[in-house]
Write a protein that binds this ligand. Structure first.
Ligand SMILES: Nc1nc2c(ncn2[C@@H]2O[C@H](COP(=O)(O)OP(=O)(O)OP(=O)(O)O)[C@@H](O)[C@H]2O)c(=O)[nH]1
Ligand SMILES: [Mg+2]
Length: 378
């Protein structure tokens, strides 16, 4: 705000008094925010399995820390290879199941049958091999086989990892002798989180944050409770595109319904009465593809959804509907008078670095504004 007295200006006593007052507030903000900058604000990433929490966590390292060094990326090679072999094994098992009702559509080309048998056996081993160029050629033949593509189109019924298409479209590159995974490959690599991981970061010149990532599958959730004290904000991830999928740990429960019930449960926790909630409606890239093929109403929570049109307008209409449903859950659990519990919804694609950076700038802005408002500064 600068000096209270301009050189050439005539200032009335009332104006002077206002300026002195403003300068005092400014000084207090500067003092207190400087002290606060060194005390990390606690952020929890919560959400069901495969909603994208660890991918957001990895992006923090890429965006606000040193990224993944060569050595760390090389360590991801075995994870990526395991993702590839397991994806193919799931697709080949799926073929067998689907072939029972449509033999012709779900049978491999005669020239690929022997390769299919070999790779189904490899994919089932507990110790998976390295992806040699020979394996990559065979996997590529299978991936392009119309029967495998038909099974992939029904991937929602198969518990296929989200990264299947990304890695299967890059088999040649992945199998080069000197292959070192790129930062993007690391973001797509799927490892189920078990336990709790934490990191401290500062986006730009802003506040210091401590971010916690947890395992989202049901058997992991009992560990969450140890983190619930002193939380500035919960980042709740829900995968938008999984409205037609069931849980990998319980094939009778729809993933979106699980996300709703989990969100509801987290909101009810007494430690979070005044905690801010940042809802990341994630996997938007996959949602916008799927919405044209699978009606939103297949999910029981969205049974009354009516599409309005086709194309981009429909994507946006469907997204807004889902956002509204989550907002209802938040408001059902939050008294109208509780202005302290800030709620923001973000449409995210966790594998998109630029978008995650923009989202975190918005998150930082929202949390800073909210903390200033709590301190009575604004
Ligand atoms: N295409 C796409 N893939 C995503 C997105 N977000 C996450 N993924 C992929 O989805 C898979 C699962 O993501 P994770 O970040 O491991 O999910 P999680 O919530 O940590 O899962 P748990 O550790 O089991 O709780 C990974 O292969 C990610 O690369 C997204 O927005 N778009
Ligand atoms: Mg995880």
């Amino acid at each position: 705000m600068g000096s209270v007295c301009g050189k050439d200006q005539q200032v009335s006593p009332r104006e002077l008094e206002e300026r002195v007052q403003a300068e005092r507030i400014d000084q207090r903000i500067r003092r207190e925010t400087k002290a606060d900058k060194d005390v990390p604000k606690k952020l929890l990433l919560l959400g069901a399995g495969e909603s994208g929490k660890s991918t957001i966590f990895k992006q923090i390292k890429v965006l606000f820390q040193e990224g993944f060094a060569d050595g760390e990326r090389i360590n991801y090679k075995t994870v990526i290879y395991a993702n590839v072999f397991q994806s193919m094994k799931i697709l080949l098992d799926g073929l067998q199941e689907f072939a029972q009702s449509d033999q012709e559509k779900y049978t491999l080309k005669a020239s690929n049958k022997a390769i299919g048998e070999e790779l189904a056996e490899v994919g089932g081993r507990s110790e998976l091999p390295l992806l040699t160029q020979d394996y990559a050629k065979k996997l590529e033949l299978l991936w392009k086989d119309p029967a495998v593509q038909a099974a992939y189109a029904r991937g929602s019924e198969l518990q296929l990892p989200t990264c299947t298409e990304y890695f299967c479209n890059n088999l040649q590159r992945l199998s080069q002798i000197d292959y070192v995974p790129s930062q993007e490959d690391v973001l797509f690599a799927r490892v189920r989180t078990s336990g709790i991981v934490e990191t401290t970061f500062r986006p730009g010149r802003s506040d210091l944050y401590k971010l916690y990532d947890v395992g989202g599958q049901r058997n992991e959730r009992k560990k969450w409770i140890h983190l619930f004290e002193g939380v500035t904000a919960v980042i709740f991830c829900a995968a938008l595109s999984e409205y037609d999928q069931t849980l990998s740990e319980d094939e009778n429960t729809n993933r979106m319904v699980e996300a709703r019930d989990l969100f509801d449960w987290v909101l009810k926790q007494s430690c979070f009465k005044e905690t801010s909630f940042l809802l990341f409606l994630n996997k938007f890239d996959l949602f916008e593809q799927k919405i044209h093929k699978v009606p939103l109403s297949v999910c029981e929570w969205f049974s009354d959804y009516k599409p309005v049109s086709t194309g981009r307008a429909e994507v946006s209409h469907a997204y807004q509907y889902v956002e509204k449903k989550f907002r209802e859950v938040f408001h059902k659990n939050t008294n109208a008078g509780n202005v302290r519990r800030v709620f923001q919804v973000y449409r995210t694609t966790a594998v998109d670095k630029t978008l995650v950076e923009k989202t975190f700038n918005l998150v930082d802005e929202a949390l800073t504004r909210e903390l200033l408002s709590r301190g009575g500064f604004i």
